[in-house]
Design a protein around this ligand. Sequence first.
Ligand code: AMP
Length: 310
Amino acid sequence: MIRDLSLAQDNSAPAVAGASTGAGNMVTVEGAEALWKQVAMARRRGHRIAFVPTMGALHEGHLSLLRRARQLADWVVVSIFVNPTQFAADEDLDAYPRDHRRDAELLAAQGCDLLFLPAVDTIYPPGHSTFVDVEGPSRGFEGAQRPGHFRGVATVVTQLFHMVQPDVAVFGQKDAQQLAVVRQLVRDLHLPVEIVGAPIVREADGLAMSSRNVYLDPAQRQAATVLSRALRRLEAHLAAPGDEARQATAIEAFIARLIAAEPLARLDYVAVVDARTFEPLSQAEGEVVIALAVRFGPTRLLDNLHLTLQ
Ligand code: AMP
């Protein structure tokens, strides 16, 4: 990967009002105009732009997306925006962990070129009234559990894509339904951006990394490994030949039994779905996701297994 040193030098003394440099050569912008100027400058220099949208409270999962983005392009933009429209009224918008200073240091150290840190008013100025509703993959599971959630996600992703104008954007397979919704959005609106899915990054004991893991108390944190344990056992079970094990009802029962054995866990749903449409399947065949949502007290954790089965 060749880094553009001339841009890096420019970045050390930002030529754009509203832009500032932190550690390394990363530029941080908050306003839309400052962002557009940086993007235009990168385009003039012929850079290929990769984009990683996040809500901050960064962990290794987010940083793995940034590293993937670095392999795919020579100029990488990361956004941190806790998007209010994807939270329902009774959800954790105010409590959602925020630590912009630490996040910026992590991003700069990993070679992020531009950090976009918009205020709510920048994305949703007073009077904002355009929303994007993706049907199909938004309908079930997280969409059913969290009404309005994917409308908020699709709206902010559409806006961010228009502002950042990336050639490629990287999303985590951790949020498999969100990935399906974003792919559908890009197809339907003919957005000129390639969507790349990146594998789930886990803690040493298997728990999928999530900014919300900090909500777990020590007992819940320990119990939360049941999600990845259950999915690992399922994967081994499915490797054995035989059609019966691949029936959705058998898979769902297999997972439900393992989750029920953990007293602190309450299963929200387990489902076998088509990876692209998120439509439920009766048999695990082709590219499938086995999606899992489990509650520990008030905290909901997601995990999934992405498989291609012949
Ligand atoms: P969030 O900040 O939770 O909105 O997530 C931003 C991006 O990071 C999304 O594309 C997520 O799917 C991705 N992500 C979150 N956790 C992980 C993880 N453990 N492994 C890989 N990607 C992740």
